[in-house]
Design a protein around this ligand. Sequence first.
Ligand code: PEP
Length: 253
Amino acid sequence: AGTGKFFVGGNWKCNGTKESITKLVSDLNSAKLEADVDVVVAPPFVYIEQVKNTLTDRIEISAQNSWVGKGGAFTGEISADQLNDIGCKWVILGHSERRHVIGEDDQFIGKKAAYALSQGLGVMACIGEKLEEREAGKTFDVCYQQLKAFAGKFLDAVPSWDNVVIAYEPVWAIGTGKVATPVQAQEVHVAVRDWLRKNVSAEVASKTRIIYGGSVNGGNSAELAKQEDIDGFLVGGASLKGPEFATIINSSA
Ligand code: PEP
């Protein structure tokens, strides 16, 4: 089992307006959050400044993507250096929507992660299998392959894994309302931890947070949080509702 502090991230994706985000921030500011949990939210880039200026310091801010290297002539991209400059502490990389809707591959994602880490950002490194891969018995292979692409680059870029959180997000569970069962999630989390033990070190395996994502909500988070190797959550839809997100944050208590 992991020894890291419980970690809950909220991925707002491409949702929100100035008005809805004002309400969400105000709900989060007034929510009672357990002390022993790291909490991070990832607003769309254009609202990061608004959130940074209004949200309690108790919650850190993440981006949902970053460019693969230093900035320059890359229209439409945002660099890790710029995220640092505005006080953003984290970035989500390898999310299934970027892999499977936008078409990013392992190589590109690994490079992005290495660059973000080299600039001091924390990385939520997402992995997870598609439904047909699960049905073909390839869940572990797919996750190992994606981990390898991250880790190969991490190992070149940073000696420390302290800034890495691994998010296991089965693609079939993201935004579908079909949450993995606690047993299904735990099984993959153990496999990820074993992979880290064998391929990196026992210390990294025990301290790295392995969080689950995929239709987590206020009603299913407590059962999932009881699993030995589930060290937190990455939450999409339910992170847009302040009180429900607070319930998820507090679900390990
Ligand atoms: C996500 O996008 O990381 C996610 C887990 O989404 P949802 O909670 O909506 O399934």
